[in-house]
Write a protein that binds this ligand. Structure first.
Ligand code: ADP
Ligand code: MG
Length: 238
């Protein structure tokens, strides 16, 4: 049974349709990667799932409940932004607890969840630092920690590693794969990096100009690409 379902989802800005009837089934615990060139609609799709952007037409359901008009904070979803979205004047601890404090979660519960996330992400020694005292990789882990403390069922990542250098990207990719196993969460991950997609995904969704070109496992896409666009993007010989 699918946990998250998109049915003929469309998005227009002004008169221009940028998401053109997307259908998708995502199962609980799956690591799903959206790939495609810049401007194809990856972020727009993610933002509609998160509730940060209105769906022009079509349906979004989570556990069979229609979510189109449900408040972002009530969807059981947490979005991981790029690391520069940390609050510079707050410590790591405050950054991670902020959304919970805002939501009225009691202080002891916030402390417990921040500790738990810090332990998973190996951030315990850094809890009292400010973002400017952290490396790029450490900041990105804090950004992930802010999502973990909310105990979401579904994590959304929008090109979380694009600001990091090549070496750190490889390291963080391994961390994110480990995290997926450890949390047993559903992850929807956006990237324009084929290698990231091939190594992380259970299922890859290839997008072009607001249309899903193909959905499949990395191996399926490599062995049997639907068309030249997918073949070119995945790097297989078709
Ligand atoms: P991607 O994340 O794949 O690079 P986006 O989802 O950001 O692509 O954008 C998809 C298309 O929608 C692009 O053509 C972009 O210019 C357009 N777009 C995105 N956001 C807006 C907006 N707020 N207003 C108008 N057009 C937008
Ligand atoms: Mg984008």
């Amino acid at each position: 049974m699918s946990e998250l379902q998109l049915t003929d989802v469309r998005k227009s800005y002004g008169g221009l349709e940028v998401i053109k009837g997307v259908n998708l089934d995502i199962r609980s615990g799956e690591f799903v990667v959206f790939v495609g060139p810049s401007g194809c609609g990856k972020s727009t799709l993610l933002r509609m799932i998160a509730g940060l952007e209105e769906i022009t037409s079509g349906d979004l359901t989570i556990d069979d409940i229609r979510m189109n008009d449900v408040d972002p904070s009530k969807r059981g979803i947490a979005m991981v932004f790029q690391s520069y979205a940390l609050y510079p004047h707050m410590t790591v601890r405050e950054n991670m607890g902020f959304a919970l404090r805002f939501a009225g979660v009691p202080k002891p519960e916030i402390e417990k969840r921040v500790k738990e996330a810090a332990s998973i992400l190996e951030l315990e020694p850094l809890l009292d630092r400010k973002p400017k005292q952290l490396s790029g990789g450490q900041r990105q882990r804090v950004a992930i920690g802010r999502a973990i403390v909310r105990h979401p069922k579904i994590f959304l990542f929008d090109e979380p590693l694009s600001n990091l250098d090549a070496e750190l990207r490889v390291h963080m990719r391994i961390e994110i794969a480990r995290l997926h196993k450890q949390l047993a969460a559903t992850i929807i991950y956006v990237t324009h990096d084929q290698v990231e997609a091939m190594t992380l995904a259970d299922k890859i969704v290839v997008l072009r100009s607001g249309v899903v070109e193909q959905v499949g496992s990395p191996l399926e896409l490599y062995d049997d690409p639907a068309n030249l666009f997918v073949a070119g993007f995945i790097g297989s010989p078709k």
